[in-house]
Design a protein around this ligand. Sequence first.
Ligand SMILES: Cc1cc2nc3c(=O)[nH]c(=O)nc-3n(C[C@H](O)[C@H](O)[C@H](O)COP(=O)(O)O)c2cc1C
Length: 179
Amino acid sequence: MKVYIVYDSESGHTEMLAKAIAEGAESVKDTQIYLKHISESQPDELADMDAIIWGCPGHFGTISANLKTSIDNLGNLWAEGKLINKIGAVFCTSATVHGGIESTLLNLIIPMLHQGMIIVGLPGNIPANALYGSYYGVGITCPVEINPDSPPNMPTESDLALGKALGQRVAETVQKFKA
Ligand SMILES: Cc1cc2nc3c(=O)[nH]c(=O)nc-3n(C[C@H](O)[C@H](O)[C@H](O)COP(=O)(O)O)c2cc1C
């Protein structure tokens, strides 16, 4: 099973979450992970995958431009139906709780649906998600540091647990889908 995780990240928050998702997916037997920063990703690589996971920082409440540009380069794959029935999931980070996490996740899901993909989110019965309610994927808030000399606020262990849960769920879904 091949799981392709592609992410945009300017200062490492989304990248850290991407790595946790990769770890979760990798915990499922026979899963190969392709973890790529958007600058290393080629559209044609997607056609060969079983699952595709997109992640980015929320920029003004929506998909960051780098990832959106790459999504907009998938017209040929759409025309040929190459991504139909692939499992899809999404994640993002933002600096604020109400600054567009849900809109960013939902905006990431829309092009997946156009491609005919099957979306996997996170249900509330996953312990890490019981209070969090990250049903659309994983969206993590890393607040801006009040003191510029403070160490950066990166995703916490419980944030990363949500990422691992999403990665694992995607890989397990592929496993069931292919059985
Ligand atoms: C151009 C720009 C727009 C942003 N817009 C938002 C926003 O609308 N809401 C928010 O909460 N954070 C916003 N942020 C903050 C980032 O989403 C946040 O710092 C994110 O965790 C950065 O992830 P990265 O380190 O992977 O790039 C914005 C940052 C930039 C650079």
